[in-house]
Design a protein around this ligand. Structure first.
Ligand code: ZN
Length: 464
């Protein structure tokens, strides 16, 4: 009888202790939470996670009122949303599918919990991974993808959909919609200005987001008028910022105009262009780190790069193309790429200050030499800070602006109840020094926490 009394009492006590909050699977204790929107820092917090979702955030004082199956002690570490790389590629043909898939853990190990695939030629595989990752059957970042790129008669990349005749516009967008892609990526291998405009207008009518390259014969401002949602790299923005853009276009110069538009960048004209872009919410992916890497390819020896160990031999072979063209450019004294990169560094801060939404994207993947999945987004953020953004502003571009582009702010962008439990836990404060994004203590993906030893195991699995 006495035992029964004790048992009843113990059960009552236990349920009283845990009933104040729903059950969670994981509690992260001793967290210092960073609010990237405001720059606010809140120490001594606990984060309760059930499944892949944050259930609650509450002070450590409440410890003892909550219980969970698993617990992780962040030891005062800085907890922020996982990073988004808004421009990556999976490509290189069916023989490289496996090597591309092996890049997925590399992203996670560096705190990248979401990627936006900017088009390639292995769409069925990417779609398959995307679903497997969502189900928890494959370890990797959440994937948003454009599927195949849209290009002209002679596409710049294999696997692209040709848009040549007016009727091709609807056919191409029908194909993308049947593939259930997340947005539309245009490319300028041979796309005409008119089809570029037509694609933007039709995609706008269908509620599809468009971004990508632009034929140098076109005008980004005319694209924006038709509903363009984004632009990759800064060539096309730069073109609009030169007073010579129209005459160079009329002369049919293509990318040959690059040295002239770099030289004749007009800051006042640029401010009006940035104003228009801000008014129309045109998302810019500057891809500055790859710009710098490719500009210096002929002079920097990458053969001892630590991360080459995680890049398969087939993908490493694709690195040779850009290396050869960099060596050719160096031999002929062509500095246009380096000059362009220097120019882009003066464009970022005024663009940001004008209110243009900036997203961090690395352009990593096959063919894009020595720009490594995972690490490269940290290097991109360093570039943004070097170009004048504060660390907080830079962090916004990799945590908050991507979710806005995809209309997913309910799920992403903050450490708060209801958001996905995709988190980065850092030893040091990245708001003080952006390089602290690399001081990774642990990464949480869809509610699963991995500390450094766990992440090392992930990496060992994809080491060549
Ligand atoms: Zn790209």
């Amino acid at each position: 009888m006495r035992y029964l009394f004790f048992l009843t009492f113990a059960l009552f006590f236990l349920s009283a202790c845990t009933s104040s909050e729903p059950d969670v699977d994981l509690i992260i204790r001793n967290a210092t939470i960073l609010d990237i929107a405001s720059g606010d820092i809140t120490e001594d917090q606990m984060i309760g996670i059930a499944g892949d979702t944050i259930q609650w955030v509450r002070p450590m004082e409440d410890d003892g009122l909550v219980a969970s199956a698993n617990s992780f002690d962040a030891r005062g570490g800085f907890v922020m949303p996982g990073l988004w790389d808004m421009h990556v590629h999976f490509r290189g043909g069916d023989t490289l599918v496996r090597e591309n898939r092996n890049l997925l853990p590399l992203f996670l190990a560096y705190g990248v919990t979401t990627v936006r695939d900017a088009g390639g030629d292995i769409t069925p595989a990417v779609m398959d991974w995307k679903q497997q990752i969502t189900r928890g059957d494959l370890v990797g970042p959440t994937i948003f993808t454009s599927g195949p790129k849209l290009d002209g008669e002679r596409p710049g990349w294999p696997g692209s959909i040709r848009v040549v005749e007016p009727g091709d516009v609807d056919d191409a967008l029908d194909s993308l919609e049947s593939l259930d892609v997340d947005y539309v990526k245009m490319y300028d291998g041979s796309l005409s200005a008119q089809r570029y405009y037509d694609l933007i207008a039709e995609a706008e009518a269908r509620g599809l987001k468009t971004t990508g390259h632009m034929p140098m014969s076109a005008s980004i401002l005319e694209g924006i008028e038709r509903g363009l949602d984004g632009t990759e790299h800064l060539y096309y923005v730069l073109k609009a910022c030169s007073p010579f853009a129209d005459s160079l276009t009329a002369a049919g110069m293509g990318y040959g105009m690059l040295p002239i538009i770099t030289e004749t960048y007009d800051p006042e004209l640029a401010d009006s262009v940035y104003g228009i872009m801000a008014d129309h919410d045109v998302y810019v992916t500057p891809t500055m780190h790859i710009g710098e890497t490719l500009a210096r390819l002929a002079e920097v020896d990458h053969s001892d790069d630590e991360l080459l160990a995680y890049i398969g031999p087939g993908i490493q072979r694709t690195y040779q193309g850009r290396l050869r063209s960099a060596i050719r450019a160096a031999e002929t004294g062509n500095t246009s790429r380096a000059d362009f990169v220097a120019r882009t560094k003066t464009m970022l801060k005024p663009m940001y200050d004008a209110g243009v939404p900036i997203v961090a994207g690395s352009d990593c993947g096959p063919f894009n030499s020595f720009v490594y999945p995972g690490l490269s987004i940290h290097q991109e953020l360093q570039q943004f800070v070097d170009a004048g953004l504060s660390p907080r502003e830079a962090l916004e571009t990799a945590t908050r602006t991507g979710p806005v582009f995809f209309g997913r702010t309910d799920d992403y962008g903050a450490v708060a109840p209801g958001k996905m439990a995709d988190l980065l836990i850092l030893e040091r404060n990245p708001l003080e020094d952006i390089s602290n994004t690399r001081s990774i203590q642990a990464v949480v993906k869809a509610g699963i926490v991995r500390d450094q030893p766990d992440l090392d195991v992930l990496l060992q699995g994809v080491r060549y």
